[in-house]
Write a protein of this length. Structure first.
Length: 93
C-alpha cells in the first residue's frame, strides 16, 4: 500500500463524476491557477476505482434536502466575486 496526495481538477459545473481509488480521502478543495481542484489522499496501488459524484453550489443556491452531502471545501473565482462550495454526494447512484 502506497499512500500519496494527488490532485483532481474539476470543472465549474453543478455536478460531475470523478474516478478515485477506493478508500480515498479528500483533504482540500482550492483553485490552482484558474482551475478548481480537489486534493485527495489515495492508495496509488489500489486497483479498484470508484465513481464519486461531486456537486458544486454557489453561495445562496438552494441545497437538496438529504443527508448524503459531505462538505469538502470552498473556492473562489474572479477575485472572490464567485464563491463555490464543493460536496460529494454519497447517495446511491
Amino acid at each position: 500500500m502506497s499512500k500519496r496526495i494527488y490532485k483532481y481538477p474539476i470543472p465549474v459545473s453543478d455536478e460531475q463524476i470523478i474516478r478515485l481509488p477506493f478508500g480515498y480521502r479528500i483533504i482540500s478543495v482550492q483553485v490552482q491557477g484558474l482551475i478548481p481542484t480537489i486534493w485527495a489522499i489515495v492508495d496509488d496501488e489500489q486497483p479498484m476505482m470508484v465513481d464519486v459524484k461531486v456537486k458544486t453550489f454557489v453561495t445562496g443556491q438552494e441545497l437538496p434536502d438529504h443527508h448524503f452531502l459531505n462538505y469538502h471545501g470552498t473556492y473562489q473565482l474572479q477575485g472572490g466575486n464567485l464563491v463555490y462550495h464543493v460536496f460529494t454526494d454519497d447517495a446511491p447512484f
